[in-house]
Structures are given as structure tokens and as C-alpha cells.
Design a protein around this ligand. Structure first.
Ligand SMILES: *Cc1c(COP(=O)(O)O)cnc(C)c1O
Length: 387
């Protein structure tokens, strides 16, 4: 096969694990070898040590490793006693997995719109959604930005509700100097490979400062089994295995530097795009350390922008093209069309640009030039109109 001459020379993926693996390959291989040599694969030393290290990282006393982030949310809610007949408030704009985790407990998710500034749960709208059946709130730190936790915790306290943070996208973010995951009653993390701290497979964890909740989680994740093989509750089988725990231990010491690099890249993007008309850069809420799991711009012409960038070898993705009430899996929510205007607006306009710590300065410049090129071309009217 011969290379086509008009193929773009630029190749900047929206995300890849490849470059990070090259950088830390020796450490990861040592971790894997350690597990193989130990002959112990589930619920062993690696998990126990990772749980201590990750709890410390989150500024809490307890961490319980589970199979994935969805299970982490589900089991955290179940540890609070939430289940059938209960209602749990979640944002209308998040990964579908947040809603799935709530339904897996038997409880009903209740959608609340997000704030236009931060794309996280809008505290001003929560009170209206509270009923006698409401038992919990699951704020999502979307794209790496902490939700407005002071306001959310105040409402939760007033109505005696549990707060389970969905921290799948925000490992290491802080809110008023406090690490996310430590702000609610429990924090549920995902270590899916694309996340800021990613395993090489599925993984998740729940963190908390409450030892009783942690003890319940340890029973729930392991078949509901307590002492003496007595199954005390219909639990789940959902554990973070030794290989993934060892790999996460190899990666955790790098996380702070990786978050800093994500923020540096986001600053460059925001600077480069600040003067562009027709594009909105992500806003950082006050007193937040945003860790930019994703750098999502908003544009009414995002589909045309995505195609333009793809032609130039720059990858993008849409997180997410639908608000939760627009998903076919939830026909019961279709009647809410028009009721969550911010979520619907985000679904129409967001576009995630390349974002991972191993992007080079040249990559970042290529993205900046690509995006600027699109808006300059369209201003000059040289772009064929797609609408
Ligand atoms: C990834 C993600 C989840 C689910 O995590 P898994 O490990 O894939 O189960 C939940 N919520 C949000 C916001 C996510 O981004």
C-alpha cells in the first residue's frame, strides 16, 4: 500500500493510552510481575495497599476497591440503605452509567438540570425535585470539574439526604482546597482506562471517612459474605483485582503531575480560543481545581467543526450527544423533553478536544491552529455551509 499524499500529516487523537504506557512501561511491568509471582489474584496485598494509598490521596480514612465505577455508585448507595421505593437525584447531563447505578439499587433516578456555567448539578433546582421518597443525591464532577458541593451538602443536610459523589471523571480535583470524594458521605471512582487514573481493564473504588459504611461496602462487594462464610445480605460480586490494583499503584504517584499537565493544556486552549466568536471555552467555577478529564468546548457548529478537524488529523468526541431523558433506554423520561434546557443545549453543542497529559506542545498548537482555522475560514465565508 502506498501512502496517500493528501493524508494529513497531523495525527492528534482525542485520547490514547499508548504514550502513557511507553513512559511508565517498566514500572507497570514490575507491578504485573509482582502479582504473577505472588500467586494471589483477588482480595490480596496489592488491593489492600492500593486502598490505603488511594484513601490517603483522597484525604479520607477508608477506600474499598470494586469492579468498576458503576458498581462503585451502586454499592455506595446500597451501603446507605438506599433501594426500592427510594428516589435519588442525579444530573440530567452525565454518563448513562450514573443513572444505571441508581436503577441497579432498585431506586428511581430523578433528573435535575445542570448549571450553564459548570455543567454540574444546579443546586438552585434541587429543592423542587425533593419528595418524601428522596433519599440521596449523586452530584457528578463532570469533565473533571467539582460540582457546587457546599450548596449541595447544605440541601442534603436540611432534608437528611445521603450524598454520593460520582468522581469517575475527577480524580485529584479539589473544591475549596478539599479533594473530591471526601466532600459527600461517599465518593465513587471509576478506573476505566480512559479516566484520569485508569487501569488496564475495569476497576472502581468507593472512598469515605465513615468506617461503618466502609465495613458494609466490604461485605457488599464480596457476595454479601461476612465472618464464617455467613452471607448476611444479598450483595454483589464486584472486586478490584490484584493486577489492576498493582497497575493503579504504579500510576498513582504520577497523577498530580498528569493533572497539572492537563490544566496547562487547557490554559493554552482557552487562551488560543478566547477571541473566537461562535465558540465557548469551558468555565471554571470559583475555588475549584478542575482536572480536565475532558476539555469540552461549546459551539452551535460543533458537527462541522468536528469534521473540519477530522480532515486535518485531529480527533474529537462528543460527551454526550444526548441528555439522559433523550436516551431510548428510558422511554419513561421522554415526556421531559424541553424541561432540562441546559442539558439539551449541552447535548447539542459540546465537543471534546484532544486531552491527555502526554499531548506535546506541537500537538496542542496543531489543535489550536485547527480550531482557529475553522472559525477564520467560516468568517471569510470560504467554508461550504453545511446547515
Ligand atoms: C465512566 C463513568 C462512570 C462509569 O464508570 P465505569 O467504570 O465505566 O463503570 C460513571 N459515571 C461517570 C460520570 C463516568 O464518566
Amino acid at each position: 500500500m502506498t501512502a496517500s499524499i493528501d493524508k494529513p500529516r497531523t495525527n492528534v487523537p482525542q485520547f490514547t493510552t499508548e504514550r502513557q504506557f511507553s513512559a511508565i512501561e517498566a514500572e507497570v511491568r514490575r507491578a504485573i510481575e509482582r502479582v504473577l509471582a505472588s500467586n494471589w489474584f483477588v482480595l490480596g496485598n496489592e488491593l489492600q495497599t492500593f486502598e490505603q494509598e488511594f484513601a490517603h490521596y483522597c484525604g479520607v480514612s477508608e477506600c474499598v476497591g470494586v469492579g468498576n465505577g458503576t458498581d462503585a455508585i451502586e454499592l455506595a448507595l446500597r451501603a446507605c440503605g438506599i433501594g426500592a421505593g427510594d428516589e435519588v437525584i442525579i444530573p440530567a447531563f452525565t454518563a448513562n452509567f450514573t443513572a444505571l447505578a441508581v436503577t441497579a439499587t432498585g431506586a428511581t433516578p430523578v433528573l435535575v438540570d445542570v448549571s450553564a456555567e459548570t455543567a454540574t448539578l444546579d443546586p438552585a433546582r434541587i429543592a423542587l425535585a425533593i419528595t418524601g421518597a428522596t433519599k440521596g443525591i449523586v452530584p457528578v464532577h463532570l469533565y473533571g470539574q467539582p460540582a457546587d458541593m457546599d450548596a449541595i451538602n447544605a440541601i442534603a443536610k436540611q432534608h437528611s439526604l445521603w450524598v454520593v459523589e460520582d468522581v469517575a471523571q475527577a480524580h485529584g480535583a479539589t473544591y475549596r482546597g478539599q479533594p473530591v470524594g471526601s466532600l459527600g458521605d461517599l465518593g465513587a471512582f471509576s478506573f476505566y482506562p480512559t479516566k484520569n487514573l485508569g487501569a488496564y481493564g475495569d476497576g472502581g473504588a468507593v472512598v469515605t471517612d465513615n468506617p461503618d459504611l466502609a465495613a458494609r461496602l466490604r461485605v457488599l462487594r464480596h457476595g454479601g459474605i461476612a465472618e464464617g462464610y455467613m452471607s448476611v445480605v444479598k450483595g454483589r460480586n464486584s472486586r478490584l483485582d490484584e493486577l489492576q490494583a498493582a497497575i493503579l499503584r504504579a500510576k498513582l504517584p504520577h497523577l498530580t503531575v498528569w493533572s497539572e499537565r492537563r490544566r496547562e493544556i487547557s490554559r493554552r486552549y482557552t487562551e488560543a480560543f478566547s477571541h473566537l466568536e461562535g465558540l465557548e471555552t469551558p468555565l471554571e467555577g470559583a475555588e475549584r481545581y478542575h482536572v480536565y478529564h475532558l476539555y469540552a468546548i461549546q459551539s452551535a457548529t460543533r458537527d462541522a467543526l468536528a469534521s473540519y478537524l477530522a480532515e486535518r488529523g485531529i480527533g474529537t468526541k462528543v460527551h454526550y450527544p444526548h441528555a439522559l431523558h433523550q436516551l431510548d433506554a428510558y422511554p419513561e423520561w421522554k415526556e421531559f423533553a424541553g424541561q432540562f434546557p441546559v442539558a439539551e443545549q449541552l447535548a447539542r453543542t459540546v465537543l471534546s478536544l484532544p486531552m491527555f497529559p502526554e499531548l506535546t506542545d506541537d500537538d496542542v498548537n496543531a489543535v489550536c491552529n485547527g480550531v482557529r482555522g475553522f472559525f477564520e475560514d467560516s468568517r471569510n465565508g470560504s467554508r461550504a455551509r453545511t446547515e
